[in-house]
Design a protein around this ligand. Sequence first.
Ligand SMILES: [Zn+2]
Length: 407
Amino acid sequence: MKKNAAAPSPISLSEGEYTTAVLKAIENRVLQSRASLARHLGLSRTTASTIVSRLIGLNLLKEKHSLREGRGRPGILLDLDETVWRVIGAEFHSGFWSFVETDLKGSIVRTMSIKVDRGDSGSFLSGLVEGLAEFSKDVGGELLPAFGIGAPGLVDCDRGLIIRADDLGWKNVLVSEYVEKKLKSKILLINRNRGAGLAEARFGGGRGMHQVVYIGIGTGISAAFIIDGELIHGTSFGAGEIGHITMNKEGPLCACGKRGCLHVYSSGTAMAKMAAASIAEEKDSGLENKWKTGELADGEAVCLAAKEGDALALECLRAASKYLGLAIANIITIYNPDKVIIGGPIGSLDSPLIDYLRNEAELWAMPHALGAVKIERSALGESVGALGGACLVLDRKLSLASMVRNK
Ligand SMILES: [Zn+2]
């Protein structure tokens, strides 16, 4: 080393960054005592103890039973305190708002669902405000002062704005601004399937995995790409908009303005259209009566009919799977994930869809990546998107709890 060369300056974190690191390490069960936190984060024992005391004071951490580490005095095991704070998340899907209340560990303690009368963005917004106001009345603890919301379409998370939701015909819906004015509480907005993916990666079938893809199938299709429990948003929040990847340049026109998008072949809307067209061609199926009575108006109904063994519905599902399975194969080849989770109102139904998708993906994915991936149906069921909204609030628990306590 050259004489008088300047020694590299140590990387110094701020107190806030250390506090976040301590909370994260305990939350992820990587480190669970003051001594191990001090040792692994390069803190003095006093500083580690000060930070832990502050987090206990904010009711974010609690002490559990003793832990013997080596020969020294037994340490005290630390854990998230799930007894004080409560979090509310919500999601809009298929004309319903679903709400969940969770504790700090993301365990769901209460749910509620309300139907929105009309399919316009005004009813969507007023339903959300009414639902949040109603659901907040009976919270079983202290509420962290923000609501996490899963919304349809392409969402600008910074501005709390739905940029466009093509399957619903909405553009520029200022969700956060509207709700914050009405309820005087912070709104954190995310695309519903990105939120659902986050919840699956943290609490469901993707827990503990390195790379997870969640594909939500409803009236539209979109995905979430998650690495180590964190969502990839993309530069302008567009990462995961797989409903609009081009499958056929000469294909039918999509609501987004392009031709041959995955959406026009594989969404619930596409499945329902296919069923209607086949029935109009008078194909032999017991579905005709159901269609006339409006029972088969959406993709969910087609999937359920397929599960019952209806030949026409099975054909529609198989046709939709050809394109979606190919898209999944390409995602597996590009992204090399541990797991692809199929969810959303249609994807999470018990139907032959998952088998069709698996078979199709196996035909087209690169064998190396295919050998490492599992393709599974969503494990968390109906409340998953609302739980995803709650994840946004849980991610900010330190700043939100500090805000309340330091008022
Ligand atoms: Zn499109």
